[in-house]
Design a protein. Sequence first.
Length: 259
Amino acid sequence: MTTNPITPIDPERNPIVFAKDGEVFANSRDVAAFFGKEHRNVLSAIDSLIAQEAKLGLLNFKQTPYVEPSTGQTYRSFEMDRDGFTLLAMGFTGAKALKWKLRYIEAFNALEAECRRIAQSGPAIDLNDPAALRGLLLTYSEKAEVLEKRVQELLPSQEALQRISEADGSLCVTDAAKALQMRPKDLFEWLRQNGWIYRRPGSGHDLGYQSKTATGLLEHKVTTVLRADGSEKVTEQVRVTPKGLTKLATLIKPPLMVA
């Protein structure tokens, strides 16, 4: 794997954290890309933390091997929770690094708060108060009628999105743009600005952030390209999965989309 430092993305718009099973994580590969560091140095810093306190490897850092699609080789990476990231980021120095660390921690806090809100959503009901129960039942009945009407209106489009999300195969970014009725360059720009893909310096192709490949929104595939002289070139390509296409269709709004 290349050891070139990765160009950092805009930290104010792209805090790379993701939720899994109701918990919030960041991946060491994304952290390296975010802070413009070599992944091997981030791994070394994590190893040093675990060496000092072994329980960190059980509580805050979890090894998640990464398979490089172009070579089939397996490399180390870690998923870390907010506490793990905070401990790791303490070693990142400089005023700019401090600002980025704070942005990253804010992103962890926001996503964790949203996970808690979802888990705890729903009103507290006094089962001993008949009047309250009747009022609550009436309120939910009225809401149910409104929602039922809305569901019927949205059902055709929702069914279409469901079929897309469960389809097989994947699309290159250019074909995904066509499916979304966008210009390819606009979709590439959106994916880079919103923390889906990045490009290593000197590289001719894009890579998907681990947070997006781990959740099945993107995937990497090795493709063979035929050169003009008849020779073949093997290259790695980031592709949008059906699940990713469905997600993009809900995230990207006009005026990016074109007729």
